[in-house]
Design a protein around this ligand. Structure first.
Ligand code: ATP
Length: 330
């Protein structure tokens, strides 16, 4: 029998079509209505059996352990690559990386893990409001589940994913879904259409915690969040014009207050006819809906991309479409 020594999982970024944020709860979290939409910007996460001198966590540790990792860790090291320029230097390569935490969590819960190294091939902007770290965590969970032969039911993986972070379960599920609670209680939303997006990447990152803190400051009276029926209808009908009009993000004002230059980026896209524009999640990536599957959408996309590229207001402009499936073993 051949035993796999490597598993690669491809995982998408998300944009939030609606992000409604309630008041701060006593546990510090916020109740959310969070409409996730998976788009075709992907990270690929490869987990690989670590060198044989390392032993399994239950047997102790070999001599070539990287310095600084705890003795019982199934995570044996990380590398990162991709075409994201300065963004890559923001990715931690130690056990604080969300993908490394996913490896260790699965090993602890199942008792099955042997040591692995993790390689992240990143296309999802880092600290960009597109849940790149959460996506990598979901991918690492699924990859180790297969490599270690756990083959856990989807429900159990989703439960572990929620323990890693509010956005991690959606990265396993993909497509379009509404998340409630902290965003981790998911219900798929029917979305038969194909939507084309342009994303403007910022040279800066924004900390999700700082954006929420700013939100609490500017919106101390936030109402309970409610799912927008117009958005649900637009998705079900695959209507890009109605969807563009329904896009909302309660965190946008807070992100703009921390990075006012995002206002110019958003205006650049809407002036060129984008059907909708918003800051993605906690930002600073700006998302522009440019249409469905038609020639008009292609023209609009070309115009929006050209205007953003020549505006000097963003670092990079990328095209993508949604929705797409969640984490998938390659
Ligand atoms: P979200 O949309 O969920 O708020 P984000 O897309 O804004 O997240 P991430 O790309 O997940 O942000 O990165 C946030 C921070 O998390 C980074 O600054 C980085 O220090 C840390 N981090 C931990 N693991 C990863 C990872 N696998 N990839 C990228 N960043 C990671």
């Amino acid at each position: 029998m051949t035993v796999d020594t490597t598993v690669t999982v491809r995982v998408p970024a998300k944009v939030n079509l609606q992000l409604a944020v309630g008041p701060r709860r006593e546990d510090g979290f916020h109740d959310l209505v969070n409409v996730f939409h998976a788009v075709s910007l992907f990270d690929e996460v490869t987990v690989k059996r670590a060198s044989p001198c390392r032993q399994s966590p239950s047997e102790g540790v070999g001599r070539d352990d990287p310095p600084g990792e705890p003795e019982e860790s199934a995570f044996a090291g990380m590398s990162v690559g991709g075409d994201l320029g300065s963004h890559l230097s923001r990715v931690p390569l130690d056990s604080s990386n969300l993908a490394a935490r996913a490896v260790n969590l699965l090993a602890e819960r199942t008792g099955r893990g042997f040591p692995v190294t993790v390689h992240l091939d990143k296309d999802i902007p880092v600290a960009g409001g597109m849940a790149g770290g959460s996506a990598d965590a979901a991918a690492a969970l699924l990859a180790c589940d297969r490599l270690w032969g756990c083959d856990l039911p989807a429900g159990v993986l989703t439960e572990y994913a929620a323990d890693l972070g509010s956005d991690v379960p959606f990265a396993l599920l993909g497509a379009t879904a509404v998340g409630r609670g902290r965003g981790e209680i998911l219900r798929p939303l029917p979305s038969p259409g194909r939507f084309r997006w342009v994303f403007a990447l910022s040279p800066r990152g924004l900390s999700t915690a700082e954006v929420f803190a700013e939100y609490d400051r500017v919106r101390p009276d936030a109402p309970e969040p409610r799912l927008d029926d117009a958005l649900v209808d637009a998705l079900a009908e695959g209507d890009p014009v109605a969807l563009g009009a329904a896009l909302t993000n309660d965190l946008q004002d807070a992100a703009l207050s921390l990075l006012p230059e995002l206002g110019r980026t958003l205006r650049t896209g809407t002036d060129e006819g984008a059907l909708g524009a918003l800051v993605s999640g906690s930002g600073p990536t700006c998302a522009f809906l440019v249409g469905g599957d038609d020639d008009e959408a292609t023209e609009r996309e070309t115009a929006v991309v050209a205007a953003l590229e020549s505006s000097g207001s963003c670092e990079r402009v990328v095209r993508a479409w949604g929705d797409v499936p969640g984490a998938t073993v390659l």
